[in-house]
Design a binder for this molecule. Sequence first.
Ligand code: MRU
Length: 345
Amino acid sequence: MATTGIRTLDWVDGAVELIDQTQLPHRHEILRIETVPEMVDAIQRLAVRGAPAIGVAGAFGVALAVRAYDTDGERLDEAVASLRAARPTAVNLARMVDRAAGVAGEGFARVLAEAMAIRDEELAASVSMGLYGADLVSELVPDAAIRAMTICNTGGLAAVERGTALAVVHTLHERGVLREALPLETRPLLQGARLTTWELDRMGAAHRLIVDSAGPFLLARGAADVVLTGADRIAANGDTANKIGTFSLALGARHAGVPFIVVAPESTVDSATASGDEIDIEDRGTAEVVSLAGATTAPEGTEALNPAFDVTPADLITAIVTDRRIIRLDRGQTLASVPLGDLRC
Ligand code: MRU
């Protein structure tokens, strides 16, 4: 299976090891996580982040919980609940915690095996999404020099390896049809500036970083042929929660007549949530907004609103690409009308 070689997180010698994403791009540090509170903390401060990656982290967290509290049902339940609630928006976290906790009664080894199966499924899904997505982009943009705009980090760092939207960019690059990627820097935590550029560098793909507010304008000026984004939760009607700024990009793409494609694994599709109105959007508080790189940027006492995600209505989305299917919303298809196909890898 072709991957980037960035293994974001894994089970190594009795603990979870993950790349500390708060330290990139300057330092490549590995965090070793041995307890549930350490895992909850890593998820909450975005040392590990991105919907598929926190799903896998949550499942490994359940293995840590079962190892620690096997005979103490109450403490196990509390530990599982704390993992489940560490971040609210990406459905992958609660879903994978529940899946791993569902076999807790069969013991630590069984839970660990389930977590590893989830890890392997997410890796396979990433490769598959890259192939499906690149085929679709080439169909929509029959050009050998594609310029792809993207937001946040949706690469290997947001998954196990390879990623979601950035897996498509990677595949286009490998096929020799990517002219350049245009990542948005992604305020306030700069996942695009710090992480996506780091990954694009590693894959040797041409790219230029843009500030978030330049995205819609550059689309209007014809600077990109396609917008590719990930997702944290896709509701049954196709409304999609993703990093704050995605909605503005979708509006800009519609205005410019540029395809807007959401790329996410089936594990991010939440048919139990009817529409985007029901999605719980994490607010990360004032501190992240009133400071930059450790320096304060607003007068003391300034309060901020800090939604970490927004919701793009389904009618602004050209297509949703998963690991098992392509849903052409622009052609009237829905999640309910398109059956699951095969994994491509
Ligand atoms: O707050 P983050 O960095 O976890 O937000 C991540 C995103 O919004 C990604 O676009 C999303 O999780 C899909 S990426 C695989």
